[in-house]
Design a protein around this ligand. Structure first.
Ligand SMILES: [Zn+2]
Ligand SMILES: [Zn+2]
Length: 87
């Protein structure tokens, strides 16, 4: 169940470049997906990631090496995303 406001927010996030490497053509990552919680991730907690940084070998669902390279965690990326939307 996605509300109109959530859909609008996600559409805007999807126009941003990858928050890890800056590539265009992103997928949305829900930041609680990787915490292994049964609770569904919020549609407001999404960050834009290119396929490689998202589900690639070193991506956020992989060994997460991309995050270590830029010394960021998912909350840092969320903050960057919110800042980019506010700009
Ligand atoms: Zn990327
Ligand atoms: Zn994801």
């Amino acid at each position: 169940m996605t509300t109109k406001a959530e859909k609008r927010h996600m559409d805007r996030v999807a126009t941003l470049p990858c928050s890890v490497c800056g590539a265009h053509g992103v997928q949305l990552h829900h930041i609680r997906e990787t915490l292994g919680m049964a609770q569904r991730a919020s549609n407001w907690l999404v960050i834009p990631l290119c396929p490689s940084c998202h589900t690639g070998k070193h991506g956020i669902h992989g060994d997460r090496a991309m995050l270590k390279v830029i010394k960021a965690d998912e909350l840092t990326l969320l903050a960057d995303t919110l800042r980019a939307l506010a700009a």
